[in-house]
Design a protein around this ligand. Sequence first.
Ligand code: GPW
Length: 829
Amino acid sequence: AGLAPDSKAERMFGLMDGFLRNDPLSLQKDILYHVEYTVARSRFSFDDFEAYQALAHSVRDRLIERWHDTQQYFKRKDPKRLYFLSLEFLMGRTLSNSITNLGIRNQYAEALNQLGFELEVVAEQEGDAALGNGGLARLSACQMDSLATLDFPAWGYGLRYQYGLFRQVILDGFQHEHPDYWLNFGNPWEIERIHVSYSVKFYGTVEEEVLNGEKNKIWVPGEMVEAVAYDNPIPGYGTRNTINLRLWAAKPSDQDDVESFNTGDYINSVINRQRAETISNVLYPDDRSYQGKELRLKQQYFFVSACIQDIIRRFKDTNNSFDVFTDKVALQLNDTHPALAIPEVMRVLVDEEHLGWNQAWGIVSKIFFLTSHTVQPEGSEKIPVDLMESLLPRHLEIIYDINFNFMEELKKHIGSDYDRLSRMSIVEEGPVKNIRVANLSVVCCYSVNGVSRIHLELLKTRVFKDFFEYWPEKFQFKTNGVTQRRWIVVSNPSLCALISKWLGTDAWIRDVDLLMGLREHAGNADLHQEWQMVRRVNKIRLAEYIEAMSGVKVSPDAMFDVQVKRIHEYKRQLLNLLGIIHRYDCIKNMKESDRRKVVPRVCIIGGKAAPGYEAAKKIIKLCHAVGEKINNDPDIGDLLKLVFIPDYNVSVAELVIPGSDLSQHISTAGHEASGTSNMKFLMNGCVLLATSDGSTIEIIEEIGEENMFIFGAKVHEVPALRKKHAEMKAPLQFARVVRMVRDGYFGFEDYFKPLCDAIDKQGDFYLLGHDFASYLEAQAAADKAYVDQEKWTRMSILSTAGSGRFSSDRTMADYAEKAWGIKPCKCPL
Ligand code: GPW
């Protein structure tokens, strides 16, 4: 009724003032508008937090504009889209990143200034979005930034956990976990889409019906939950493209449970329904370990079911035949966590869209792409068949069918090698029958990607050996990368300005290979001076933070030696601690004249331990116990400090990384699939002390071993070293420092005993003893280089200069071309 559609659109457009303006005066008006009408405070009196809220809402408006245009444009062009499925995203803060990518940082800074606020202070008000654990989750966030910047038609999908990763609180040196109810203070960055919601089914039975003379299965669920979409715009840098990260939250379904309302127990019915929300309530805090818990499986299926319904709905909006599905859709699985998407697509195509099995399989086997992030086969997910049968009965049938077909085909090629058949089977037989999620993924995905070159080697020769021999062409690698927008431009603005000045352009922010141009200035004395200045200011900022958090005063003249990452035995924070104890012991026993030659160090360790991981928790306590001793020893003074930074997260990383001189990546060779913080440190001109493991191997190639401190056993040596362990004797210094811990030099000897036993009695699986001597040598070399500040500064500049290859822009372009087959789709200005 009323106006014809065209004139209606025209009239609507006429009612708008055009796009939002970005000059400082307009921004001020917008901020004040949001103070008054969104935050509902007086525009004459609001504090820093309220200023943040109003500012965030004004940025959100601008994001929404671009995001609408981008989505409209994608819809019109209808290119092949990439859907990135990940159960974890570590986004950190959004404000600074958004205004940087939108290119309106300076205008906002000026606008705030005129209102009497400082952008840096206001930005600090924001809490982290921590919907993930560690490297895998932060990688997802970096990749979203690159996908947007490179104009790819991509969507991210994740879960909107009410509780993100626990906050780490240290009491008496012990880790305690506190819930992270990050939504308590509101979240201006998300847009709730109440009309985008899907029912997700669980439990129940599978029935058969006859449809057009053919048998068809229907799943009659026993429980239903609603998935509601929350959209988070992700702006690209230097482009109008703004892509979407859609997070699902569980809500009670109003189709469910009508029965119980009729029984008269109204209150209990409401409470029962409310329980649906627990599905997306909390992020599982154990990275790389799978426990076969029902709630986790529910989470995973809830997630993939909502994603697949949404993806198929969007496909059907513009297409009327599944023949073109493979030209329109690519699905990226971030590790095996979302692998249930595979049987789910099969189920929808066969049971609901009524495609034949073969046609459905033809589609499914072309659209999925897996990235593996692990080298430990024990860590891979298994779903007990019993659990699967009760929760997802139809999916279990589908998995059995996929496996049956696969086994038949395999037999044709490899004959009756039953050992191999049973290793490759998706179903693990035994006292408890399990679904091997990794096998399911490898069988069904079009390609399987490692996260570094060595990681692919290990996948081929160990984890997926049988599969590699059968399908060599399926296996590829794309070395991880991180985004220079977050890790240089946002977190280290002064280094960013310095780089642009010396390169004569800021084009490296989109085209990171240009950083190599710094190489020609690596010996320039003026650059050296400016470089050192920038680094010193960052160190002072970090020193202030350390004092505020731990009460320990540290001197910015000392070398800042940093290891920040999740606490794991394979990452060997314990090796670092034993090295520190050795250093302490040496200084204690030195003559006065030798003390003057010691390079002062501040050793900084940070990271969270999974709540149930005993050894990791002991390592945190040991760090505090050793720090307590050293920091309060009057003999030591500023020569050595050891501090633990509590609650390490993305925003803390943004402060720590630019302020570090030396950073440690010292996993036992063959255990770190890639590692990504090494790349962030590199970008910030921090020198690496590392083992030849994961992506570090490629970093060595890029910047040269002479510009780093590399030590320890190599990947191919590790298995033999483990076998020979019994005959090998750990070096004397090693035995001495372990003794100190064992004998209670730092107290708590009973508590630390298992840590000592693991390295001196139980085979030292992670080879701390073997690598100790070469670790100390690498540390000594670092001291020596640090004394020569010219040499050190050169190494630092060359680190940044060589970091370009480790941008997630390169990784995403690689995936787009070699795996997903998607092309940029740039929304016009
Ligand atoms: F076990 N990674 C992680 F492989 O942070 F799934 N969490 C995890 O659960 C797993 C891996 C998983 C990390 C890797 O340990 C690290 O080496 C890699 O750089 C990172 O994922 C990103 O690929």
